[in-house]
Design a protein. Structure first.
Length: 112
């Protein structure tokens, strides 16, 4: 199983900004796509509690065939602070350990 983990330090900035750093971040996303991992773990998304609302189309185009699950900080933590997101291939053997909501799940690897 291929598992890629990346501290993106602001998903929205990486997807929408035209700064040199954002352009490099988009190159990293392309590199991740080329590796075709089963699981992509993204830290420091800095998304609001509503999740990836601004750039859903870009993310869906970047990771077709993947299911997204995420967790953002909520009150009393700082708004838009930290946050994690996982992209898991829809045909992957990962199963939810505890179902919290449509987008918030804990995952475990199925024993082979």
């Amino acid at each position: 199983m291929k598992f890629i983990s990346w501290n993106i330090d602001s998903l929205n900035a990486a997807l929408t900004s035209e700064s040199a750093r954002a352009l490099l971040s988009r190159d990293v996303l392309k590199s991740i796509q080329a590796h075709n991992p089963e699981v992509i773990a993204i830290q420091e998304t800095k998304l609001s509690a509503a999740g990836p609302t601004k750039n859903v189309e870009i993310l869906q185009e970047s990771f077709p065939g993947y299911k997204a699950v995420w967790r953002s900080s909520v009150e009393p933590a700082r708004k838009g602070y930290a946050g994690t997101m996982f992209y898991i291939k829809k045909n992957c053997s990962l199963k939810p350990l505890i179902h919290l909501s449509v987008r918030r799940e804990l995952w475990t690897v199925k024993a082979v």
